[in-house]
Design a protein around this ligand. Structure first.
Ligand code: AMP
Ligand code: ZN
Ligand code: FE
Ligand code: FE
Length: 281
């Protein structure tokens, strides 16, 4: 069967594979079309596209933008974006600044909690990437303060944990609006994140659709069959596209592979056709 994967990360954000390595991994996994969706960054797209041509894997230019819905952080994926659009180029530095403002404060808290690491350690580890909490988690792991990335989040970095520091985020309308302005199709990533909101999922989707949302990532590595069915039903009822992705990050999220997630993820290639129709119309 032809597999696709519409949600993956590279070293341009908090993934552990370079764009070329990601494309080769996807090819090995039998993925015929791959969306590269780094957090608040399009820096990996050109290299992924070049390697995609070499490997015969279609690369869909994408991005994943974090935003704040009420008090909860949600992520919006953008597909078939024009990465060169000046409005995007003007906005990404603002997102980067909000991370760069937050990350040293996380490290300061960690030091207060007894972890001997510096922001220089984190930057050296992340290299040219957009620094995210997974990089900080990896440094904690390498220094022996935790045994896994998951433990780093549970003990220190997750919302509600002692080293958690929020950052300034756009509203959903701003994130979705930007994706549409740059020719992209905005899709709600990992809808299971909305379970932290009290509002019913149907109502959240209606609100997001009102500001331009076009799809829901109903098929996702960590969704149960029941969750997938529920999100699919809401998508059908509200005339939103269904999409699917693994959220592959390499070592930053061990055990998830492109195309197959934890092993039994199935993202049918025909989900792409309705999206293409929207882009070309
Ligand atoms: P940031 O964008 O720097 O706030 O980091 C958020 C990213 O950290 C998410 O997009 C996930 O990739 C990752 N993440 C969040 N929670 C966890 C967790 N509990 N375990 C592992 N990775 C996580
Ligand atoms: Zn990530
Ligand atoms: Fe995400
Ligand atoms: Fe992601």
């Amino acid at each position: 069967m032809m597999r696709i994967d519409l949600h993956t990360h590279t070293t341009a954000s908090d993934g552990s594979l370079s764009p070329e390595e990601l494309v080769r991994h996807a090819k090995q996994q039998g993925v015929s079309a791959l969306a590269v969706t780094d957090h608040d960054s399009v820096a990996g797209l050109t290299r992924a596209a070049t390697e995609g041509e070499r490997q015969g894997v279609e690369i869909i230019p994408g991005i994943e933008i974090s935003c704040l819905y009420g008090k909860v952080e949600l992520h919006v994926l953008g597909y078939f974006i024009n990465a060169q659009d000046p409005r995007l180029q003007a906005t990404l530095p603002k997102y980067l600044a909000s991370r760069n403002n937050r990350n040293p404060r996380i490290v300061k808290r960690l030091r207060e909690l007894g972890c001997d690491l510096t922001y220089e350690d984190v930057m050296a580890f992340a290299g040219p990437a957009t620094v995210g909490r997974p990089h900080i988690a990896q440094v904690l792991l390498r220094k022996g303060y935790v045994r896994s990335v998951a433990e780093a989040f549970d003990r220190y970095l997750a919302e509600g944990s002692p080293a958690y520091v929020p950052r300034a985020l756009p509203t959903p309308a701003e994130a979705i609006g930007l994706i549409k302005q740059i020719g992209g199709v905005p899709v709600l990533a990992h809808p299971v994140y909305t379970s932290r909101l009290k509002e019913p999922f149907e109502q959240i989707c209606a609100t997001l659709k009102n500001v331009g949302l076009m799809g829901i990532e109903a098929i996702y590595s960590s969704h149960t069959q029941q969750q997938t069915d529920h999100y699919r039903r809401v998508a059908r009822e509200q005339e939103l596209l269904v999409t699917g992705g693994s959220d592959f990050h390499g070592d930053s999220k061990p055990n998830i592979l492109a195309g197959t997630g934890y092993g039994n993820l199935v993202i049918p290639a025909d989900l792409l056709e309705p999206m293409r129709a929207l882009v070309s119309s």
